[in-house]
Design a protein around this ligand. Structure first.
Ligand SMILES: [Zn+2]
Length: 432
């Protein structure tokens, strides 16, 4: 009976498996329960390791677990917020917003702050752009970091703020950073779920898990906005306006880099390369690299646990944007006093990963109004990497070093280009 009630409640609230009103940590072997949970699409499983895992779901989940005799510890969250020791030291939303405004005001030539939309409770979804000639849309590879789409996974929100400050301060002083800012359009969004973070909650104000709210390619869903949350829609629209080719998505609750696919056991066409870029991140972080649970500090998403409707798979399937998920801290909401040391452990990785956006090849057409398609073929491996849409007359793709053929088609043109991808990449202008 309880099973039925649980299913009914969840379906009546949101229709499918992204309502996360209750959350529990279970200190037990996940594989004992794998079959049971797989029968319940309304339940979200997260952060499985050898010692424990987390279960989220609609109201009634705790009672259901109790009925099954499963020992659990409560994870969510709104209650804990009243206990201020957890929050001590952390800025609130208004303070994060003020910090970003200050940084943009202090470095107007290389930083620009803008909101890509509003959360359910009307908070701005801030993104900072860092680049030379920041007001212009230059022909440069585009990169982004997004953090804390799970509101209670707070470490990345703080670390991205530290990174913003350090990048801006280093401009004109540090040669490597200056070059990076001059040659890249860097976008950083410290807080994709500000309502969730204000409540120390995984879901947004409506308890929806935003990392289950994107179109699911394995279910044949269209890339549209219907039935999605405002935070998800804001990111989807932002992504559609830009040409990101590399990105990462910061979470917490484990320490590793998780690469696509999340939603299918099939291997990504760039599987080896994804492992390479994930290691470029993990190898510069001692704790990650030496992980006892994840070899080299990295894991394929689905091998860890399958999730549907995540941002990582979506960004590549629809937008040619290679994205990994970085799990920054074993504790989702650590004591604030530990944040500086997490930053110290991740700073070099964050900068190294950002540099990787330059390992690719692309073009921009003399007519910036043109859209079309590019089929990318690896000549070294004699295989098709994929076929991608391009817009605004621009296309750029991050790739393993090697030689590639691009078959470029539009309404009234059709031509081929051969590109040699090196670590410093190339981006050429083509006259139509
Ligand atoms: Zn997460």
């Amino acid at each position: 009976m309880r099973l039925l009630i649980l299913v009914l409640i969840s379906f009546s609230i949101h229709g499918y498996s992204k309502n996360v009103q209750e959350g529990y940590q279970i200190k037990d072997d996940f594989f004992k329960y794998k079959k049971l949970f797989e029968m319940h699409p309304e339940i979200v499983i997260d952060h499985i390791d050898s010692e424990d895992f987390e279960v989220y779901g609609p109201k009634g989940l705790g009672i259901w677990l109790d009925d099954l005799g499963i020992q659990k510890e409560i994870l969510i969250d709104d209650l804990i917020v009243k206990n201020s020791e957890f929050l001590e030291g952390y800025p609130n939303f208004n303070q994060v917003e003020s910090f970003l405004k200050e940084q943009a005001a202090k470095y107007p030539k290389i930083a620009k702050l803008f909101s890509i939309g509003k959360s359910v409770n009307g908070r701005d979804l801030w993104v900072i752009k860092i680049s030379d000639n920041v007001e212009l849309d230059e022909k440069e590879p585009e990169f982004k970091y997004i953090s804390s789409m799970h509101g209670n996974e707070i470490t990345g929100r703080e670390l991205t703020q530290f990174l913003i400050k350090d990048l801006l301060e280093a401009y004109g002083k540090d040669e490597k950073i200056t070059k990076l800012i001059n040659s890249t359009e860097i976008y950083i969004m410290p807080s994709m779920n500000p309502d969730g973070s204000e409540k120390k909650r995984r879901g947004n104000a409506r308890y929806v898990d935003l990392n289950r709210d994107f179109p699911d390619w394995t279910a044949g869903e269209a890339n549209d906005y219907r039935g999605r949350q405002p935070e998800t829609i804001a990111v989807m629209k932002f992504q559609a306006q830009r040409n990101f080719s590399l990105s990462a998505n910061f979470h917490g609750g484990a320490v590793c880099v998780n690469y696509p696919w999340d939603s299918s056991y099939t291997r990504h066409p760039l599987d080896n390369f994804l492992q390479y870029i994930s290691k470029e991140y993990s190898y510069l972080n001692e704790e990650m690299k030496n992980s006892r649970y994840f070899e080299d500090g990295i894991t394929n998403g689905a091998d860890w646990y399958v999730l549907k409707g995540g941002m990582q798979d979506w960004s590549y399937i629809w937008h040619n944007d290679l994205q990994v998920t970085v799990e920054l801290s074993g504790t989702k909401w650590p004591s604030y006093s530990r944040i500086p040391s997490y930053y110290k452990d991740n700073k070099a990785s964050m900068i190294r990963y950002l540099e990787l956006v330059h390992q690719g090849a692309g073009f921009y057409l003399s007519d910036s109004a043109v859209n079309g398609k590019v089929k990318v073929v690896s000549l070294d491996e004699d295989k098709v990497i994929g076929e991608f849409n391009f817009q605004h007359g621009e296309f750029y793709k991050v790739l393993p070093t090697g030689t590639y053929k691009y078959l470029i088609t539009g309404d009234n043109f059709n031509f081929e280009k051969i590109y040699e991808v090196t670590e410093s990449g190339q981006l050429e202008r083509i006259e139509l």
